[in-house]
Design a protein around this ligand. Structure first.
Ligand code: AHR
Length: 305
């Protein structure tokens, strides 16, 4: 294995340095930056790792190529934050044939479970449900027009959040006027919201954005249309990164469901166990919470990301 024979520089005793290839999605959002930082910190040399990092600019083919290149380099383990759910079977089989364990972080894949060792991530469906329940509880009894900014099409984060949200608003007076992808980015969140506003104007009552960044992009579009975000259009998002929490504390957002990006330590622990041949669970779900405006004001000073 690459890195074999060396010892960890951080007092790791007999532990061998573990070479890990990490295939990140890209750098689409504040959440993603915090996740990358958490992973780089946890997979540091001091912790006994040699990290090979790749960010695929949210292009699934580039991410598959990165995983293939990790296999060719003979890394000890591969960590994958899959951009989309489908299309992984072949390359995961190649990793298995090469005896290289794959650990998923953040999002999931549709490939058979025996093709990866473990997954560390979040309950995206529950996040969507929590957001939908807040909308249903606050607006479900009067006719309400809602628009949705979806995450990357085909990603488990977008698919599962949509499923959870739709379930929670079922049977209420909420009408979904439109739902389009903004690819989890501020720029596309703004552009798609501009389109919604041109089409539906001030008939829009509520915006559900699958992440903070798209909601933050939408703020610009809403203000440019002469409307007041948080008042004329209520906004619920997912992530709870600092910029999102600031918008919530300032009254421009109304509710945020957290998606915790600080997965690095848990993923590193799982990788060490897998490489050592110890048994691990098939999945580890990290808990999320949710914030209203008052809770955001209280939480902001200690927010780490
Ligand atoms: O997969 C998690 C999602 O991906 C986050 O909610 C979003 O901000 C990120 O880009």
């Amino acid at each position: 294995c690459a890195g074999g024979g060396n010892t960890a520089g951080g007092g790791g005793g007999d532990d061998k340095v573990i070479t890990v290839g990490f295939a990140q999605t890209g750098s689409e959002s504040g959440w993603r930056s915090a996740n990358t930082e958490s992973m780089k910190e946890a997979f540091s040399e001091a912790n006994g790792f040699n990290l090979i990092f790749n960010a695929a600019d949210n292009k699934p083919e580039a991410q598959i190529a990165a995983v293939r290149s990790f296999i060719n380099q003979g890394v000890d383990a591969i960590v994958l934050a899959p951009i989309v759910t489908d299309g992984w079977d072949d390359v995961l089989k190649e990793a298995k044939d090469a005896n290289i364990p794959v650990i998923l972080e953040d999002r999931t894949v549709s490939a058979p479970e025996d093709l990866y060792a473990s997954w560390v991530g979040l309950d995206f469906k529950k996040e969507g449900e929590t957001a939908g329940k807040w909308v249903a509880d606050n607006f479900g009894k009067t006719p309400t027009n809602l628009v949705v900014l979806e995450g990357t099409t085909g990603s488990s984060a977008a698919t599962d959040r949509a499923a959870g949200f739709d379930e929670a608003i079922k049977g209420t007076d909420i009408k979904v006027l439109d739902s389009q992808t903004g690819n989890f980015t501020r720029a596309e969140g703004k552009t798609v919201m501009e389109g919604f506003l041109q089409k539906y104007g001030s008939t829009i009552n509520v915006l559900f954005a699958h992440n903070d960044d798209m909601g933050l992009g939408a703020l610009d579009a809403i203000k440019a249309a002469g409307l007041k975000p948080g008042t004329d259009i209520k906004i619920v998002t997912i992530d709870a990164v600092k910029d999102g929490m600031t918008a919530l504390a300032d009254g421009e957002f109304n509710y945020i469901v957290e998606c915790n990006p600080l997965l690095g330590d848990k993923v590193a622990e799982v990788v060490k166990k897998v490489v050592a041949g110890e048994s691990v669970d098939k999945s580890y779900i990290v808990e999320d919470q949710a914030f209203d405006q008052e809770q955001a004001k209280a939480a902001l000073p200690d927010r780490k990301y």
